[in-house]
Design a protein around this ligand. Structure first.
Ligand code: FES
Length: 255
């Protein structure tokens, strides 16, 4: 469907001011959304550019609007970053599955960089946000992320990777958090770059933790038609991330 842009706003005071931005869309008469789902989006006018539609996690939504948190990385996101209120985009209704919600279970949210995007909606819609703990590992200044906003609602910590040796501290913190949540039979949800989620999977296996990852595979169609998004499941079979995911239990996906 074609919907109107309500607002595009940079997030934080950055050295690179338009690197991260939020785009808010008018989105009336839709039947609902669950945190972890994504939309495919294409700037209107790019219909002939069949290859340019991209998946983005829904960051938050209510009955009439939908917000996406994006990083400007190429031609399409640069175009989206410069859209004005009233411009239109083509969008596929919420696609894919969603993160598990266990209201009374201690739940650890592990975000790598822009992987924080779906957790905003997760926190906002969770019935018991006091059971949530958010960890963010990031490279850019913290103001780039909606972390401050979220850490007012849940407990949280963040670590920055400024130099290579910082990575050891991040990995060690992830290890001890995953161990802690495995010991209390908590739930672990993660979203971030593939190496980040590979680390989550490894520690989840080591400690027997219940953990889900949200994959960021490239997608062309978003609806199971092109096979462009295939990964392997825990038994080595091909799975389409757009229709079977993007959220998988770590035991059910190869990374
Ligand atoms: Fe086309 Fe998944 S993106 S099959």
């Amino acid at each position: 469907r074609t919907v109107k842009v309500l607002e595009v706003s940079p997030v934080g005071q950055l050295k690179r001011p338009d690197e991260f931005f939020e785009i808010r869309l008018e989105y009336p008469d839709w039947s609902g959304w669950k945190p972890g789902q994504f939309v495919m989006i294409r700037p209107t006018g790019w219909e002939l550019d069949m290859l340019w539609a991209r998946p983005f996690s829904i960051s938050s939504a209510d009955g009439d609007t939908l917000t996406l948190f994006m990083q400007k990385v190429g031609r399409g996101t640069s175009r989206l970053a410069t859209m004005k209120p009233g411009d239109s985009v083509t969008i596929w209704d919420p696609l894919g599955n969603s993160f598990a919600v266990e209201p009374d279970t201690p739940t650890l949210l592990l975000a790598g960089g822009i992987g924080i995007a779906p957790f905003r909606g997760y926190v906002e819609s969770h019935p018991n946000p006091e059971n949530l703990n958010l960890f963010l590992a990031h490279r850019l200044p913290l103001e780039c992320y909606p972390f401050g906003q979220l850490s007012e609602q849940v407990s949280g910590q963040c670590m920055i990777e400024e130099k290579p040796e910082d990575l050891d501290g991040i990995i060690e913190t992830m290890r001890s958090l995953i161990k802690e949540y495995a010991e209390k039979d908590g739930l672990i949800l993660s979203c971030g770059p593939t190496p980040f989620m590979r680390t989550v999977k490894r520690f989840a296996q080591d400690f027997g933790a219940r953990a889900q990852v949200s994959l960021e595979n490239r997608m062309a169609c978003g609806v199971g038609a092109c096979l462009g998004c295939v990964s392997k499941d825990g038994k080595g079979h091909h799975v389409q991330v757009c229709t079977k995911g993007p959220v998988f239990w770590t035991s059910n996906i190869e990374l």
